[in-house]
Design a protein around this ligand. Structure first.
Ligand SMILES: [Zn+2]
Length: 255
């Protein structure tokens, strides 16, 4: 029975989960209640998008998406053009958005400083988005990249703004999915509310959501996942062989 229990645990550990994943268990944007999203020096003016147009889209991405999760204290606001160039990370708790030529394969790229009080730099691909950009599509890219900036990795859920699959919302999502909201509520829980209801809670989950996105998973996570998968397959085979051997013995020993 103990043996069977082990096999069952092994099988469950290798089951793929469908949920948000984190950029890094320890990464959080600094001062999440008051994150300023500035334009990098020059913004996207070289690509033909004025600072005001870009700030309007950022404002929509914040107020209609990432600032709409009641269970989370995350609150971001659009700033102005900063002196930080798009080649650098801004100070703690800030996000900058600018444009850069990124080639043919991507709408945007986000880099974060992997700390508990992090910052982020978003580059929008000027090869795709210029003066005659499509609003839904550029908004969709900015919403997605802001998700990385606050700490979410790609999701397996096609409804998520963080999905890496063919999404159900092309060219742009109309709202966050439940998966996205769960992600920011996990990263930045509304602790005041929790404290009032429960008197506080010491639970700290480091990283409960993981799934197969091998290319971008960190090496140790790949190793742990492979070990679990390998162990469960081996245990399953051993169990199967023992089970059939037992059945065979029963049949053979019949009078
Ligand atoms: Zn992405």
């Amino acid at each position: 029975m103990k043996f069977l229990g082990l096999v069952v645990v092994g099988m469950f550990l290798s089951v793929k989960s469908f949920a948000f994943i984190l950029m890094d268990p320890d990464y959080r944007i600094g001062s999440p209640e008051n994150v300023v999203v500035n334009l990098a020096s020059g913004g996207c003016q070289a690509a033909g998008i004025s600072n005001q147009e870009l700030l309007n889209i950022i404002s929509d991405a914040l107020n209609n998406y990432w600032n709409t999760v009641p269970e989370s204290r995350l609150m971001m606001k659009p700033g102005s053009e900063s002196s930080v160039p798009v080649t650098q990370l801004p100070p703690d708790g800030q996000v900058i958005i600018g444009c850069a030529s990124l080639g043919a394969s991507t709408g945007g790229v986000t880099n974060v400083s992997y700390t508990a009080s992090g910052s982020a730099r978003i580059r929008i691909n000027s090869d795709f988005y210029g003066a005659n950009y499509n609003y839904e599509s550029l908004l969709g890219v900015i919403v997605h990249e802001l998700g990385h900036a606050v700490g979410l990795h790609h999701s397996d859920d096609g409804a998520s703004v963080m999905t890496y699959r063919a999404s159900s919302w092309m060219p742009g999502p109309s709202s966050l999915s439940q998966d996205d909201m769960d992600g920011v509520a996990f990263l930045y829980p509304n602790e005041k509310e929790l404290g009032g209801l429960l008197g506080g809670c010491g639970l700290k989950v480091r990283d409960y959501a993981h799934q197969k996105n091998q290319k971008e998973l960190t090496l140790w996570r790949q190793i742990v996942e492979s070990l679990f998968s390998f162990t469960s397959v081996i245990l399953f085979f051993i169990f199967s062989i023992r089970f059939f051997a037992f059945q065979a013995r029963m049949i053979l020993s019949r009078p």
